[in-house]
Design a protein around this ligand. Structure first.
Ligand code: TGC
Ligand code: FAD
Length: 389
């Protein structure tokens, strides 16, 4: 197969700065040489290649958007390009990095005290401490405002009770940022690994994102010190501010997964002869290839413009919703069509497309389902909230 050079119908890559290109090339090489050889087996076995964490830290990927604290301080486009290249390998690779960087580190960076930042961020940037972000509960996914996990004040700090579900990195996390209802509204807490009363149970039976470590977490009256509270957290909006970072990373990431599918399918279609000619020579196939390239270009432009808005301080969270829901759905549609064009071969794990396709099912659901982002946009456009009917 031809070396991977991305899919870039509109020549968008030519607009990248030198820094953005350097990030792209470094992460692409890491994925090509170090991650892709490991991914199929880890996907099959439902395990994560933890040895890659140290390399991702060396590449400056953890907290890459944060200035100081040992972080790379990359601009929003460079950060997005890095997520795209990681997800070209596997959505779980990007998810591992997103949860560490955009969710856990961002929560500490945005809402932590200076002591908390100094304590955690350099260790997390170096990959010595892995973080998780625990917002969702089994009964409260799209509407976390009704969460049942509670933190109550005690003489020495807080007591945490309840449970979270679907928590990425939970089983390897040195710290979890846990969102809990308190008498003062929803607040975030740092829960360190090993505290009495914390239970983590891996969820093994996923058919999507098999390489991602996902867990259920229980808190049985966990005693937390006063300084476990992230003092800047003030309601659910503080969690949503972290999700904004991660959702934009996903909008970029999924374009990498879609490009991986398209690249492999185009190569296959040019070589696969049925009837008298390569299947790429048939009009029905070319129409699909043309549509997919166009749809991917639109997704790339959405992600790029949203990140440019972020760089210039003009980003509104409706832009992120537009990019997340459009790009996740587009990538999923592309992956499904590519799978079809690969014929029977497309169900074998010799090809990456079906792995990306099943991963993208979860990516389309997490960080706000397509419906949630449509409703966020619907409210933004009309001024009328339709979440409750
Ligand atoms: P709502 O009325 O929407 O919000 C209350 C206040 O917050 C403001 N706001 C935001 N601000 C900043 N960024 C955002 N994204 C914001 N969204 C809302 C809003 O303007 C309002 O401000 P104000 O001043 O008017 O009071 O009501 P709500 O708080 O109940 O939120 C509703 C909704 C549906 C938007 C929210 O619950 C939501 O986004 N639900 C989806 C849940 C979700 O995305 N969960 C993700 C869990 S983490 C995860 O999935 C990790 S996957 C692994 C990986 O990332 O790789
Ligand atoms: P539900 O909210 O029950 O939704 C089910 C369906 O109903 C969806 O189609 C939804 O769009 C629809 N729906 C719900 N309400 C409405 C409405 N008002 N109008 C129209 N349709 C509606 N969470 C974390 O906190 N941390 C993590 O690290 C994390 N990692 C994850 C990893 C994986 C692999 C997965 C699958 C999920 C992860 N999540 C995580 C949870 C994820 O964010 C939730 O799954 C997601 O927010 C959806 O919630 P739910 O699964 O409860 O679905």
């Amino acid at each position: 197969m031809e070396a991977y050079r991305g899919i870039d119908l509109l020549g968008i890559e030519a607009e990248l700065t030198d820094e953005e290109r350097q990030v792209r090339d470094a992460v692409r090489e890491f994925v090509e040489r170090e991650a892709l050889p490991l991914i199929p087996q880890h996907f099959r076995e439902g395990t994560f290649p933890m040895e890659l964490a140290a390399r991702m830290a060396e590449l400056g990927l953890f907290g890459a958007h944060i200035e100081g604290y040992g972080c790379a301080g990359l601009g929003p486009v460079a950060y997005g390009v890095a997520m795209r290249e990681l997800e070209r390998g596997d959505s779980a690779l990007r998810s591992f990095c997103s949860v560490q960087s955009s969710l856990a580190m961002t929560a500490v960076w945005l809402h932590g005290s200076e002591e908390q930042r100094q304590h955690w961020l350099p260790r997390m940037a170096a990959g010595e401490a892995i973080g998780a972000f625990a917002l969702t509960e089994a009964e409260h996914g799209s509407d976390p405002s009704r969460m049942e996990t509670r933190a109550e004040r005690t003489a020495s700090g807080w007591r945490l009770s309840g449970g979270k579900f679907w928590i990425t990195n939970a089983s390897v996390a040195a710290l979890m940022v846990v969102w809990a209802a308190t008498a003062e509204g929803i607040r975030g807490f740092i829960v360190e690994d090993g505290l009495p009363g914390v239970r983590v149970e891996p969820i093994h039976n996923k058919l999507s994102l098999r390489m991602s470590l996902t867990g259920a977490v229980g808190f049985d009256g966990v005693e937390l010190a006063e300084d476990a509270l992230l003092p800047g957290t003030k309601g659910l909006v503080s969690a949503l501010e972290c999700l904004n970072h991660a959702r934009l990373g996903i909008a970029w990431g999924v374009t990498g997964a879609a490009a991986a599918c398209l690249h492999e399918t185009l190569e296959y279609a040019k070589g696969r002869v049925q009837f008298s000619r390569p299947i790429a020579a048939y009009q029905l196939v070319q129409a699909k290839l043309a549509d997919m390239h166009t749809q991917l270009a639109a997704a790339q432009l959405l992600a790029l413009q949203a990140s440019r808005n972020k760089a210039t301080g003009r980003l509104h969270y409706s832009h992120i919703s537009a990019a997340k829901h459009h790009n996740a759905q587009t990538a999923l549609d592309i992956a499904r069509t590519c799978r079809d064009l690969l014929g029977g071969a497309g169900v074998l794990d010799d090809f990456a497309t079906m792995r990306h396709m099943v991963n993208l099912e979860a990516v389309n659901t997490y960080e706000g389902t397509r419906h949630m982002h449509q409703l966020i946009l619907g409210r933004h456009i009309t001024g009328i909230s339709a979440f409750d009917g």
